[in-house]
Design a protein. Structure first.
Length: 68
């Protein structure tokens, strides 16, 4: 799947943000910190997925130019 890394990263970012907010609401600093980390990890995963996709597209384009 072409966008799998990006989608999984975005989902993790959203889940982490929700956990962070819930931690704030209930006054649970540990939950808030864990949510913050998950949100950050999700952003990184999303960016890595996007970079991986862009490299793959560039390689495909180069292959098409060589073949055509």
């Amino acid at each position: 799947m072409r966008y799998e890394g990006e989608l999984k990263g975005k989902a993790k970012e959203i889940k982490g943000g929700a956990k962070e907010q819930l931690g704030k609401v209930v006054g649970n600093a540990e939950m808030q910190d864990k949510g913050e980390r998950e949100k950050y990890e999700g952003r990184i995963q999303e960016k890595m997925g996007k970079a991986r996709r862009k490299v793959g597209e560039a390689v495909e384009d180069l292959g098409d130019r060589i073949a055509g």
